[in-house]
Design a protein around this ligand. Sequence first.
Ligand code: F6P
Length: 370
Amino acid sequence: MTRHAAHVPRSFSTHLNFVAELMMKSVGVLTAGGDSPGLNAALRALGKALVSRRQANLIGFRDGFRGLVENRIIRLDKEDLSGILTLGGTILGTSRDKPHRMPVGGKTLDMTDVIVENYRKHHLDVLVCMGGGGTHKNAWKLAQKGLNIITLPKTIDNDLEGTDITFGFDTALDIATEAVDRLHSTAHSHHRIIVLEVMGHNTGWLALGAGVAGGADVILIPEIPYDLDTVTASILRRSRGGKNFSIVVVAEGAHPASGDDEPERGTMRLARELEKRTRLESRVTILGHLQRGGAPTAYDRLLATRLGTACAEFIHEERYGVMVAARGDTAVAVPLEEVVGKRRTVPLDHPWIRSARGVGTCLGDDPAAR
Ligand code: F6P
């Protein structure tokens, strides 16, 4: 090969690289709200799909929208995305900070303009926000300020409108179900009522799913206000049938049908009342943040990978202002305005509700009265 011949292809490829770099997009990404198993799997999928195909540079912002305000970034190159598929939490960190109401130096300020400025400073083509209901509201506000936004649906509560399911839910469901399984043997041995509180302030997907999968005797969810007499009667009926223990799975946000103005935490009071009324000793287990920790299930890894890679495709097609939603086995782009401000509660005719009633589980109401 002559010196000249060796030189030409090298400069030509340099030129091509230069052009390719010019054509590369700059993508920002953040994770916000409560963490969810599968976030790292989604980051990896998005990053690998973009970076490996040399479609884009990926910049991570730390701790949700706060990182975007404070300009705290982390470059997400191929090596950074390696080995994180199975990790719980989020390598970016997260927070519940809202751009338009952020505590800064003892004050609460609207930092939206700072975010817009930093978005421009980094020459971002798009910002990917992974989160639940609150994150979607915040992301939508930024989209209205003219930023290109794509969101990914994550929350263990599974309460986002527009998607079949959110990542993190399946893992939390597995953990809560295992808790129900484990509580069975101790409740049975001690002839006790055990009330298990699982997360879900506004929706009962987790309580209902874990309750049905674990064979709970009573399941109480926010969508069905409960009647204490009905719950008591169902436990006493079990006792008369020779089963002097019961498992009650209750969502954080479950509440009685009649007024509730006592200061005591609802779950504690429920257990105390049931003990008084049934004369069975009662205990409470609050599962808390255990439900959000640790490695994602295979299902959540697959889901997060599917949505993350689809997100890269949407970026390539410049489909902005959308959530990457799970629909059957595919991923679809749902306009943000169809998601924001809505909450997907458990429909009262959902198959899980019908199954629970079918196996004789008490849902705290009188089904005949419906
Ligand atoms: O991630 C959603 C959620 O898990 C809710 O079910 C729960 O009420 C809330 O987060 C609690 O999270 P934190 O303690 O992080 O505010």
